[in-house]
Design a protein around this ligand. Sequence first.
Ligand SMILES: [Fe+2]
Length: 185
Amino acid sequence: MTHSTLLPPALVPSALDGSVRRTGAAGLAAALGAASGHWIDLVGYRAGSRWTSLLDPSVAADVLDPSLHPELAEAQVWLLSWLPEQGTPLHDHGTSSGAFAVVAGTLTERVVAAGRDGVRESADDLAPGRVRHFGPHYVHQVTNSGTEPAVSVHVYIPGLTWMNSYAIEDGALRRTGTERAGVDW
Ligand SMILES: [Fe+2]
């Protein structure tokens, strides 16, 4: 996609002149989700565990006009598929902010926040087109509780370096493990 070729160079909006609104991970996830026809054929499905794959930055740059999405340069994009009942443990994303967009199927997101009075939980079923975004240390669990395979696109800024997993014990979040980039994925 080359929107920039439609405008003379002097009129091309850029992050430098302030004419492009930074949309963050949520804007990127929404745009990539809306353009899923460009990458859906890259998605695989795996019976043993969720299928995950980094989206090559050059593919993301082909799908989205980088001049309109300056955050793309610092973002990490993952494609995920979820067969029925596949899901994550409760986890955070380290110090990364992020967002994900549901492209096919339905994903259930359980969000847990720890406070002085214990943990608060909420859950939501996310149909195609739904986007959730979050800041560092956000704790959630995502599951395909439907009957159809689900596909989602996830954006992290900066890229994931570690993720902690959690359990709820005695009314509090307890860290049960840590996975690190380059070691566990
Ligand atoms: Fe997550």
